[in-house]
Design a protein around this ligand. Structure first.
Ligand code: NAD
Length: 489
């Protein structure tokens, strides 16, 4: 069966592919601005039906207690996605504007393969722990601690790495025994909707266990945070929206798991190979046009070598041309939408009005009048108090900031409302590791190490969120803890 056969995607509710009450909305190729097709547009009543289905599947079936079934289903989902991988690759390049080369890693194949980690974890997990007998308050008691699913999970996701984020929520949530309502971003509805087609066709996942509700209306997603039938919200997106989700969830005291924005720092110590370090920083900020929450967008370099660092960054980034994401050599594709491109342009204008200058880039590429492209841009001349150095830009934009030694570099890195990620480069590995240990962030790269993998937890400190996705910690986010005390006579 070909996916999205008639150029339209459906909602997936209670095991059935259905139309949306609000009709359809278009999904657009950000590299060409062409409409790819339409997605079903859900309204509040559709969301109500999806939550109801998820609630019934959790309360009235043995899904949450049947680990063997769940492990089998998650493996079936992985296998079916792998069978459709080339169709999914084309879809991801077209709908997300994701460079082809990234689809063999975090944009597609990585998260599909990582479903195996969720299944394996559930299969080998110690669901019950026997704490033995004791006599608290003089009463002989046998004590057991049980881990079990939280219940109905509302998953709300962004557009920048849709498969990674949809699957890093679905895999562990399902393997842990929850039922899920997934509400993807309106910019990438098809990347989520195809999961409904694949689940319906290729897996034994029972009706109601997974529901996928695409909508052009953000307030439909907000219902997941408000609804008392939803036990947990797992949200990835901007800090502003995360705050709203947390506040909506407060009325029902539901568990809230947030993966939010970032403004991560790349620290180059004074003993580092400056050319090598700056080259890495400059290259990585161009990947997927800088649309990654954990990308290090503040390059913090020794003051004495500031001009040299700016020149190296500019030489690297001016050589990276925004291009067709279909080409295997492209690393910097388009931004997702005109709205995001204009938002990034707004930050570039702000950089100039705050006294900064561009060592390269600064606007739309002259050779591309179609597509939502922005030139890789190096901002120089600002310190860490400027708004472009403090706020998330979400484009291929690197701000270079001077430091006066290790303590100052750490101070600058931590002088941020965010705390998602960080990088330290230095010739002395012990010194670099010591600096890295002082960063208030959830993931750190020292001299080029890679923290992204299925068994490593990912998440943020401070306003970058709470909780962890992936790894054992990511699985356990979707579990409750029950203490059972049985009188031992
Ligand atoms: P966004 O916050 O605008 O939207 C994210 C999702 O929330 C979308 O599905 C949207 O429809 C929905 N939404 C919007 N308003 C809502 C509301 N009031 N209640 C409930 N849901 C609502 O984010 P975006 O622009 O789609 O994505 C970019 C942001 O995501 C960036 O800030 C980026 O840093 C962040 N992000 C974080 C991580 C991470 O793991 N920390 C990963 C990827 C992206």
């Amino acid at each position: 069966m070909a996916l999205l056969a008639d150029g339209a995607s459906a909602l997936f509710i209670d095991g059935k592919l259905t139309e949306g009450n609000a009709g359809t909305f278009p999904t657009v190729n950000p590299a060409t601005e062409e409409v790819l097709g339409v997605a079903a547009d859900a309204d509040a009543e559709d969301m109500n039906r999806a939550i109801d289905a998820a609630r019934r599947a959790f309360d009235d079936t043995d899904w949450s207690r049947n680990t063997e079934l769940r492990v089998r289903c998650v493996r079936q989902l992985r296998d079916a996605l792998q069978q459709h991988i080339e169709e999914l690759r084309d879809l991801t390049i077209a709908e997300v504007g994701a460079p082809r080369m990234l689809t063999s890693i975090a944009q597609l194949e990585g998260p599909v393969n990582d479903l195996a980690f969720a299944a394996d974890t559930a299969e080998s997990y110690s669901w019950q722990q026997d704490l033995g007998e004791a006599a608290p308050m003089g009463i002989p008691t046998r004590r057991t601690v049980v881990r079990e699913a939280v219940g109905v999970v509302g998953a709300i996701t962004p557009w920048n790495f849709p498969h990674q984020i949809n699957l890093a929520k679905l895999g562990p949530a399902l393997a842990a025994g929850n039922t899920v309502v997934l509400k993807p971003a309106p910019d990438t509805p098809w990347c989520a909707a195809v999961l409904g087609e694949i689940i319906a066709e290729h897996t034994d996942i029972p009706p109601g266990v997974v529901n996928i509700v695409t909508s052009s209306d953000h307030s439909v997603g907000a219902l997941l945070a408000k609804d008392p039938r939803v036990d947990m919200v797992s949200f990835t997106g901007s800090t502003t929206t995360g705050r709203s989700v947390m506040s909506d969830a407060a009325a029902t005291i539901k568990k809230v798991f947030l993966e939010l924005g970032g403004k991560s720092a790349f620290l180059v110590l004074d003993d580092a190979d400056l050319g090598g370090a700056v080259g890495v920083a400059a290259f990585s900020v161009c990947m997927h046009a800088g649309q990654g929450c954990a990308i290090t967008t503040r390059l913090v370099v020794p003051r004495a070598r500031y001009d040299e660092a700016v020149a190296i960054a500019a030489a690297t980034m001016s050589g990276i041309k925004p291009g067709d994401p279909n080409d295997s050599g492209t690393i910097c594709g388009p931004l997702i939408s005109a709205r995001q491109r204009d938002r990034v342009q707004g930050y570039l204008d702000l950089a100039v009005s705050e006294g900064g200058s561009f060592a390269c880039g600064g606007g739309r590429p002259a050779d591309r009048d179609v597509g939502f492209f922005i030139e890789p841009t190096v901002i120089a001349g600002l310190d860490n108090t400027a708004r472009p150095a403090r706020e998330e830009i979400f484009g291929p934009v690197l701000t270079v900031i001077a430091h006066d030694g290790d303590d100052d570099a750490v101070r600058i890195a931590n002088d941020s409302a965010y705390g998602l990620s960080g990088t330290v480069f230095g010739a002395d590995p012990d010194r670099a590791a010591k600096v890295a240990s002082r960063l208030r962030v959830g993931t750190v790269n020292v001299n080029g190490g890679v923290w992204y993998s299925a068994d490593m937890p990912f998440g943020g400190y401070k306003q970058s969120g709470n909780g962890r996705e992936m790894g054992l910690a990511g699985f356990e986010e979707y579990l409750e803890t029950k203490a059972i005390a049985t009188a031992a006579n």
